[in-house]
Design a protein around this ligand. Sequence first.
Ligand code: ZN
Length: 150
Amino acid sequence: MATMNELYQSVILDHNRSPRNYRVMENADRHAEGYNPLCGDQLGVWLKLGDGDVIDDVSFQGSGCAISTASASMMTAAVKGKRRDEALELFDRFHGVVTGQRPAAEANLGKLAVFSGVAEFPVRVKCASLGWHALKAALERQDEPVVSTE
Ligand code: ZN
């Protein structure tokens, strides 16, 4: 059986090598940019919301370290098809785990739990949460770029 560390590495490497939903979205109705000055990661997130505020489509593009890219890639896969409120609730659970405020075991994050290890590394927390902060900003129609501060 793969150890947690091996699982962590293989999932992150896979999403870093072939990020999902990696493109600028034409005719998106929401967009936000995120920047993590500590690591130099920057990315944009685009959304298309449909009936009932369901996330019909989501994409991201940018440049950054493996953790920021893999986390944004997994974020897009996780929230596609979810309602706006469900995606914001998932943001809260993910953010609680990566900042060490909530035990991964009870957050029910599925594959996203591979990022729970970053809680011990404050700089990496910002990398792992950058795409999620941009998602949240886009959902809340925040026009200013997001600087990942936690
Ligand atoms: Zn980074």
